[in-house]
Design a binder for this molecule. Structure first.
Ligand code: SAH
Length: 247
């Protein structure tokens, strides 16, 4: 009988401890494994990107490879491969995966391309470009974001991606001309310095318009002139114009 009660009293202590442990585990969330994230990336590429018509193998491979969950705040890692943009702090967002793939494919990059990106943000788009091109020069106006992206890209060994804190309206003249330019924040007009820093025959993709509604414009420079075509309605964060740049 005494043994029976000893047995029961063990449960009295063990059961609440088990409940507390399970509750804690439930609240902190089941941390996902590298394999789980890899599976989610493959699903993302299949259903969000290929299904919508992106076919460039190098773009698809880069989207499969770059670990997007490392570029979002850790508390949002579980949503890293969802079909949506996510906040990255400072009122800025990491773009929806499909938009990253669409814009990258539109530039028709090759392994020798030198690319300028305006709006480093989390550094994710820059990493995708870094997988495909020779070199990536990325400009970010919010120093905290730019420095964080720079450190992460270094840790991940993206030695061909260079980040500068500065005003993207001015481009990065020291390394111009660029074979391609990708702008991931939205100005109301295409900044003149960016047009100048594009090589003859090069392509630029840029969302142009008002806050909350823009058209993604694809431009190609032919005989010094930019021929443009609207390719997709989009919604990017505005391009900050703190110096009231004239263009
Ligand atoms: N490409 C990013 C997402 C870009 S969000 C990624 O992959 O995560 C847009 C970014 O543009 C923000 O980080 C914002 O701070 C930056 N930005 C806005 N105006 C800018 C300007 N004038 N020059 C450079 N960056 C700018």
């Amino acid at each position: 009988m005494r043994a029976f009660w000893r047995h029961i009293s063990a449960y009295v202590y063990v059961a609440p401890a088990l409940v507390i442990f399970l509750l804690f585990f439930h609240c902190t969330g089941n941390p996902q494994s590298t394999e789980e994230f890899k599976y989610q990336r493959e699903q993302m590429v299949k259903w969000q990107i290929e299904e919508r018509g992106v076919t460039d193998k190098r773009v698809l491979d880069a989207m499969r490879k770059v670990e997007r969950h490392l570029f979002v705040p850790s508390e949002l890692a579980a949503y890293a491969y969802a079909d949506q943009p996510l906040p990255v702090g400072y009122n800025q967002t990491i773009s929806q995966p499909y938009i990253v793939a669409f814009m990258t494919e539109a530039l028709k990059l090759n392994p020798g391309s030198k690319v300028l990106e305006i709006g480093t943000g989390s550094g994710y788009q820059a990493a995708v470009l870094g997988e495909i091109c020779d070199s990536v020069f990325s400009v970010e106006i919010v120093s905290e974001l730019g420095n964080k992206a720079k450190s992460l890209l270094k840790v991940l060994h993206y030695d061909n991606v260079f980040v500068k804190i500065g005003d993207g309206y001015k481009g990065w003249p020291e390394y111009a001309p660029f074979d391609a330019i990708i702008v991931t924040c939205a100005p109301t007009h295409v900044p003149e310095p960016l047009k100048e820093q594009l090589v003859e025959g090069g392509q630029m993709i840029i969302p142009v318009g008002e806050t909350n509604y823009q058209q993604l414009i694809l431009m190609i420079k032919k005989k010094g002139r930019l021929i443009q075509q609207a390719v997709l309605p989009v919604r990017f964060v505005p391009m900050v114009d703190k110096d009231k740049n004239k263009y």
